[in-house]
Design a protein around this ligand. Structure first.
Ligand code: FMN
Length: 315
């Protein structure tokens, strides 16, 4: 059994998964930055059905984000350069987390601080004090922030160092979110694992650019941005499989999941859980549909536990 993949008695054991000591009733979560702070989606679904909710990435201080336009449509996907707009940790805790913590769904708080890596420690220390924070996701892979030549997640040593430092100050479940904009994502995953990360989530967006040929200008003001949606799915599935073969910690797979079949691709490639991102903008209730679809798939194929499917790829 993959380390951290635990079954629990009071849940549907066919369907529940463990990410370190965090128990999820099902393997479907929603990705950072594509689900706001959950309240925005409350009219579209029963939020309590989700396996977990990952918040929009929070930084220590508020951020205005990048100038508009920040998004544009691309073939089978979208480009975004939001630039980590968020109200900062204090307002997040006061205004947003007060809603999230009442839902009865594990809340994974995504944090970032590419420009000032030491702020990761303060973010983690403050979140460590909040009982209802189920896990911390280290977003070391946002392509839309300035001030660094490269991302932490593009450097195995920088990844090791930040995960190790955060690990020292929190007993919360720690998830490290990886960038696809690297030569070898499994090398970075191995660094995160060696430094004590409980899980890795992958992939963040792929760097991309789209040009308005009439204006001869980039379609988004920042110039380049992060590509997401079905266009990146094959890249993400391949990366999941590569990482699955190199680390023992659980993988949270994402990148272009739009339905049950695409979620299953990630699980078969080695993801213990999956996360739905861009598809939330097209069909806000899609993650709950995927939960039902996965259950049906298990019954139809007489599979006694979802964990049997994790990494079950036949080569
Ligand atoms: C508009 C938008 C905003 C995003 N914001 C964040 C963010 O704040 N933090 C983060 O870790 N990932 C962010 N992401 C990346 C997603 O969480 C996800 O990793 C990526 O989009 C791939 O999944 P998808 O193709 O299902 O969207 C964002 C993606 C989009 C489209």
């Amino acid at each position: 059994m993959r380390q951290g993949f635990n079954l629990v008695n009071n849940m549907d054991t066919k369907f529940c998964v463990g990410i370190g000591k965090l128990k999820l009733k099902n393997p479907v979560m929603v990705s950072s930055g594509t689900f706001g702070y959950a309240e925005e989606f409350k009219d579209f679904m029963d939020l309590r059905k989700l396996g977990a909710i990952v918040t929009k990435t929070i930084t220590l201080k508020p951020r205005q984000g990048n100038p508009p336009p920040r998004t544009c449509e691309t073939p089978a996907g979208m480009l975004n350069s939001i630039g980590l707009e968020n109200p900062g940790l204090d307002i997040f805790i006061k205004d947003k987390f007060s809603y999230l913590k009442k839902l009865g769904v594990p809340v994974i708080v995504s944090v970032a601080s590419e420009e000032e890596p030491e702020e990761f420690l303060e973010l983690a220390a403050r979140l460590n004090l909040i009982e209802e924070v189920a896990a911390i996701e280290l977003n070391i892979s946002c392509p839309n922030v300035r001030g660094r030549e490269s991302l932490i997640s593009q450097d195995p040593e920088a990844t090791f160092k930040i995960v190790q430092e955060v690990r020292k100050i929190t007993g919360k479940v720690l998830i490290t979110k990886l960038s696809p904009n690297v030569t070898s994502i499994s090398e970075i995953a191995k660094s995160a694992e060696a430094a004590g990360s409980d899980a890795v989530s992958l992939i963040n967006t792929l760097s991309g650019m789209s040009i308005d040929i009439d204006k001869r200008k980039p379609k988004i003001a920042a110039g380049s941005g992060g590509l997401s949606g079905p266009a990146i799915r094959p890249v993400a599935v391949r990366m999941c499989w590569e990482v699955f073969n190199k680390v023992k910690i659980p993988i949270i797979g994402m990148g272009g999941i739009t339905d049950t079949r695409s979620a299953l691709e990630f699980i078969i490639a080695g993801a213990s859980a999956v996360s739905v991102g861009t598809a939330n903008f097209i069909n806000p209730g899609v993650s709950v549909e995927i939960i039902s679809g996965l259950k049906e798939y298990l019954v139809k194929n007489k599979i006694s536990s979802i964990k049997e499917l994790v990494g079950a790829l036949k080569i």
